[in-house]
Design a protein around this ligand. Sequence first.
Ligand code: SF4
Length: 361
Amino acid sequence: MSRNSYDNGPLIVFWETTKACELNCIHCRASAIESRSPEELTTDEAKNLFIQLGEFSRPPVLIMTGGNPLIRDDIYDLIKSATSAGLPVAISPAVSQKLNYDSLIKMKNVGVKFMSISLDGLSSTHEKIRRINGVYKETIEAIRYGIKSGITVQVNTAVMKINYLELPMIFKLIYDLGVKIWEVFFLIQTGRGSELLDLTPEEYESVCNFLYDASQYNIQIRTVECPFIRRVLNERIEGKNYSSYIYRRLNEELVKGMGKPSSSSTLSQRGTLDGDGIIFIDHKGTIYPGGFLPVPIGNIRNDKLVKVYRESPLLKSIRNRAFNGNCGSCKYKWECGGSRARAFSYFGDPLGSDPACILNA
Ligand code: SF4
């Protein structure tokens, strides 16, 4: 018997609108390409996907991701169609010439509620990761314009060896800009996410404890592929003190910039996992448990998404926490469950243990 509430339908559906993107970021999940693929879902196929999503008893949030979704010339028509199907729509555009105040207003007018913009470091670090000079200034402008347009702006930051010590400064920057949601990605070695960029379990533990501290300043903090932050949250609530050199550095910088924390933690004690509240559809319509877990479980061109989500043996095992190794016997498996994508990336087993968790180090 599952103890989760996402057996009947996902909370969030990611749709990779296209693989094409103007940028060439070093950690890109999609390993984006320059031009659109002829295999992408057509306008009509995408609209059929929205109808299928509307068949879940609770309409999930549709996140239009890429590549750069704004490269599709039917994107505004698609947003309008998804909104008409009752889906709350979010978009993850790349910072490019196509993202400007006019396009933001256009997106808002056809129904976009949320937008995420990636910011992976302060000036030179961000540009090193994005591999484009001047893109830092454009990113800050895009965040400002997004907020001005009335769309809720979320900033996404991928944590890597080359930027994790900048996290307190990134946090202060987006706080001062007026951003309300910060989503922090923990790398998975797929796409261009290289092992050279990945942190050790001890470093991840320090970052999780830092994020717990940062979540006490009234910004919603979410993580991707880091469910063990919910273990850290439980431990901190229970009064466990964590200490390491890196954590102390991050915490000192946070307090130096922000002062003492002002609210209780905005971290959530329960959340999603790939296949448990989350589903990912790639540009060809292939269904995966998550964007970083390349185990196909169907294709919307031939399969019914509702049936695949509810009946896939892999998704049922994930939702029932039928894991192998430490994650299977861990007392936090219901709150956490470990990253299924990282277990697959390291062990070839989507039900294996998450090697980034300090309990598995
Ligand atoms: S061992 Fe697995 S389930 Fe337990 S806290 Fe770590 S990642 Fe989560």
